[in-house]
Design a protein around this ligand. Structure first.
Ligand code: 13P
Length: 224
């Protein structure tokens, strides 16, 4: 089975990078690209996801984007609760769940991000932290995806061991048998083959390496 590659550009990229993606990855069915809002297009060439959405339908929220606006752009997926949003924009588990519910209500698949901090990892609290995040962030309705992104692995070049990722994904699979489960955190063209092959990893969420079209092409090769 093909595995998913989700490219999270974060606050990076350009029109130029979007064009490079369109040229290199036209009609690829297992690549979801999440650029900043301004680069989301109604395009048959790429599958688009948003990096964030507001949980409210409309209103006085300067600078925010609603699910219906994403629907108008034909966006099919949306990251919610990325650790950068939790840390920098104070998103709580409650807010994350509201965003995920808003997405499901608009037929957008929310990709809910969970993960432990370095302190929690070192204190052996990973399972406990993830279980709490799952319980508090998951909507009652099915249809969401989960991305396991250890906070300490994001942008650091460090990843958990294969056994650690495997153990977390086994735990997630037991709780969510029919849910797509991604791993994210320092995935690149060198380690993607190993990570993608771990049981119960249905794909990868890629940050920094997704800004390099050649690296994405290599990661995609390992995902087929
Ligand atoms: P990096 O791949 O740069 O570590 O980022 C991971 C991430 O946060 C993807 O959402």
């Amino acid at each position: 089975m093909q595995k998913w590659i989700v490219a999270n550009w974060k606050m990076n990229g350009s029109k130029n990078l979007l064009n490079e993606y369109k040229n290199a990855f036209k009609s690829i069915e297992n690549l979801i690209v999440c650029p900043p809002f301004i680069y989301l297009e109604e395009s048959a060439d790429l599958i688009f996801g948003a990096q964030n959405v507001n949980q409210l339908a409309k209103g006085a929220c300067t600078g925010e984007i609603s699910v219906q606006m994403l629907v108008e752009r034909e966006v099919k997926y949306c990251l919610v609760g990325h650790s950068e949003r939790r840390q920098q924009f104070h998103e709580t588990n409650n807010i994350v769940r509201s965003k995920a519910e808003a997405c499901l209500g608009a037929n957008i698949t929310p990709i809910i991000c969970i993960g432990e901090t370095l302190e929690q990892y070192e204190a052996n609290q990973t399972t406990e932290v993830l279980e709490r995040q799952l319980a508090e962030c998951s909507p009652s309705e099915s249809g969401f995806w989960i991305a396991y992104e250890p906070v300490w692995a994001i942008g650091t070049g460090k990843t958990p061991t294969t056994d650690e990722i495997s153990a977390v994904h086994f735990m997630l699979r037991k709780k969510l048998p029919n849910t797509t489960l991604l791993y994210g955190g320092s995935v690149n063209d060198d380690n993607a083959a190993t990570i993608i092959a771990i049981p119960n990893v249905d794909g990868v969420l890629v940050g920094g390496a997704s800004l390099d079209v050649a690296a994405v092409a290599v990661i995609l090769k390992h995902a087929r």
